[in-house]
Design a protein around this ligand. Sequence first.
Ligand SMILES: [Cu+2]
Length: 151
Amino acid sequence: MTNLRLPALLAALFLAAPAAHAETGIADPWVRATVPQQKATGAFMKITSPVDARLVGVRSPLAGTAEIHEMRMEGDKMKMRAVAALALPAGTLVELKPGGWHIMLLDLAAQVKEGDTVPIALTIETADGKRETIDIAAPARPLHGANKPRH
Ligand SMILES: [Cu+2]
């Protein structure tokens, strides 16, 4: 084990992660690209679980912290707020999108440029208490200015 190039090995392991959770559907993942010095951004996707479950955790090697955020009205303003879990009712497509539920990537280690791929690990807990981790790779898409998440 002298010649292992660890980053390459980790990347290979990540990409080769078995589709052990093929039953949970993740579609159209993407991350909003950032400008230099920007420390937070949003990640979005569509999740369909075949059984009642909850998204209970999020991690990314690019983010010091990752949170599940909801949007809610406070007075006349939409605000985002971290929550412990996002419900994934059986067979229901749950869409994470700008202006709605999203994953917040905080303490970004680097700028996220258009075309980059951001690894994200989702921890999903089914109603019977079993936890699974699903690794996805979300491409970065450019900013569209208007509905950029704010804290
Ligand atoms: Cu947020």
